[in-house]
Design a protein. Structure first.
Length: 166
């Protein structure tokens, strides 16, 4: 029994010793990505797309409101078949608006991912280069680290410098 405890303690010490030799750093991806000019360009592109979507949605809303207001003001004097047709037109506009909104949201998210992918790849490539240059075994994302010592290496400035960011 005591041999097992000694063997287990030896394994713990060995793995702790091996881990102590690892050079670990952390970095803040949000700080790096938001400082990149590519990110600013991405935001501008997304804002332009959002403006176009909002303008088209406004047109649909105006069309809906116009038809609805006209229907409400004339509904009393209309025969049933005309009421049904106009109510159907109003429902069709609402359905088109809902479909447009869903499709626009999906396309916007696809565009966002399409524009963000090369930015993420550039950061990943830079992280690899910084890790290699500084002999880091691990570079951890600060948002996912539960604790880090104040003396831990912060690779964020190195990544930003390598990307030419301030």
């Amino acid at each position: 029994m005591s041999k097992k405890i000694v063997l287990f303690a030896g394994l713990l010490l060995f793995s702790a010793g091996a881990f102590a030799q690892d050079k670990i750093a952390y970095f803040n991806s949000t700080e790096v990505i938001t400082a990149m000019p590519e990110f600013t360009a991405m935001q501008d592109s997304l804002q332009k797309t959002q403006n176009v979507i909002e303008a088209e949605m406004k047109i649909l809303e105006e069309e809906y409101n116009k038809k609805y207001t006209a229907f409400m003001s004339e509904a009393e004097g209309l025969v049933e078949s005309i009421k049904v047709r106009r109510m159907q037109e109003i429902q069709d506009i609402a359905a088109r608006a809902e479909t447009f909104q869903q499709q626009s949201r999906e396309q916007f998210l696809q565009l966002q991912e399409q524009l963000l992918t090369p930015i993420k790849q550039k950061v990943q490539d830079t992280l690899k280069a910084v890790g290699t240059e500084n002999n880091y075994t691990y570079i951890l994302e600060i948002g996912q680290v539960l604790y880090f010592s104040p003396s831990a290496a912060n690779a964020t400035p190195q990544v930003k410098a390598k990307l030419g960011l301030k």
